[in-house]
Design a protein around this ligand. Sequence first.
Ligand SMILES: Cc1ncc(COP(=O)(O)O)c(C=O)c1O
Length: 391
Amino acid sequence: MPVHQPAPPSSLARSGGAASPTIHAKTDSTVTRVINFSAGPAALPLPVLQRVREELLDWNSTGASVMEISHRSKKFIDLAEMSEADLRDLLSIPKEYAVLFLQGGAQTQFSMVPLNLLQQNAKADYIDSGYWSQLAIREAERYGRINIAASSKDEDYMTVPPQNCWQLDPEASYVHYTPNETITGVEFHWVPETKNVPLVADMSSTILSRPVDVAKFGLIYAGAQKNVGPSGITVVIVHRELFGQTAPSAPRLFSYEQQASAGSMMNTVPTFNWYVVSLVLQWLKQQGGVDGIAVINQRKAHKLYSCIDCSAGFYRNRVAVDCRSWMNVTFDLNDPRLEEMFIEQTEREGMIGLRGHRVAGGVRASLYNAVSEEGVDALVAFMQDFETRYG
Ligand SMILES: Cc1ncc(COP(=O)(O)O)c(C=O)c1O
């Protein structure tokens, strides 16, 4: 039986100045929703979806959908400015940083970062912590000399390389790392120290899950489809002092500096996606911002890891305890023949997205911001019951 999640009372009220409208989503007790543990595209907050449905035919009294109006119209520009202000507010982004909403997903940033930060014949340091950092390395190698300053390959990527073994080059243009490896569920619970070399982070699967000191980074990027909104939009937060080095051969649209001066609107923007992002940011503010959501996220992860650890080997998480991800909890079953049955039964119970990534196998529960604690409780209850029946 799919799990029935009644809609919460109207929410999404904007916390903001006097000009900020209070917005409400109608309640709807008839919709049957699954509990979505997908790694991305991932669950979106229900009040956001309700609000989207309500406004689909007439957005902001335009008599048209947000998909049908000009991105250069005053109403859309207001939305764009409001979402930037909300993101700045949520992450306390210092004014020296530009905030961009770009297209092309996180993997486009694998090229844009070196094209903008790696001057000709220059070099960069990369930390190899698994699948996504490796892809970033492979792409960057097309543009310059890439040094793998540390790797957790010898530990089968079940940990992160400790800072004291990093071989950093003080002459590097930047240091790139992946704070959360989405596939293995391995996370840095500390921010690396790179002295005067700018730190670049692929925060696709951790951004907005907790507070972060943006001032420690030269550049942060993230595909939206986990904690920020739907796929098709990418957030980039970049210190303006890194402008002015874009490779002359780089596509015009790939220049951070030009995108910043055009308000991320060098070409037609994904208006619908941006609109959903703006609603997600408002929703997050209602949850107490990143401080509020961090407490819930840590508790959700703790509940699931405790269930795994208490199963005496029936479920196994292989990640080093101090590197366990809050966002992506991976585990397998001691009898692999049970895995398929486990996935099938969760689906029958209305829980989706639990199959591990195709390169890793096993089970993965992604616990992004929009996954409720009740959803995690339901998964834990199912896992305990499954263990009683098959353990
Ligand atoms: C950490 C990380 N980086 C990069 C990507 C790739 O993102 P995209 O599909 O937006 O290019 C993902 C996708 O899941 C990811 O988790």
